[in-house]
Design a binder for this molecule. Structure first.
Ligand SMILES: [Zn+2]
Length: 101
């Protein structure tokens, strides 16, 4: 009995997580998970994401890309210190970068 309960809980969490990924109601997906992992797999593989989930993913990707861009570093040609690629002026020596990307 106890192991069954644990499997149910795990499947319930899996269902809720897939619900989160796809943008479906998480409680419903947790219930589906308890009903059977096969149902979950089918939903995971073949069901489309909702518009909200796609928008959330796109927004997340945009923020991640922006952060990566912001974290890009380049060496200052004058003092050699690493400054962000977006910098117009070196924060260490005041060198002005000509090319702004
Ligand atoms: Zn510098």
């Amino acid at each position: 009995m106890i192991p069954t309960l644990i499997v149910w809980i795990i499947l319930g969490f899996c269902g809720a997580y897939i619900g989160y990924l796809k943008g479906y109601p998480q409680k419903l997906m947790a219930f589906l998970g308890i009903l059977g992992p096969f149902t979950l797999l089918v939903v995971y593989l073949f069901f489309p994401k909702t518009k909200e989930a796609r928008e959330r993913d796109a927004e997340h990707k945009r923020i991640t890309d922006e952060e990566a861009e912001f974290k890009k570093m380049q060496p200052c040609p004058t003092c050699g210190k690493e400054v962000t690629a977006r910098a117009w002026v070196c924060g260490y020596c005041g060198h002005q970068f000509v090319s702004v990307t």
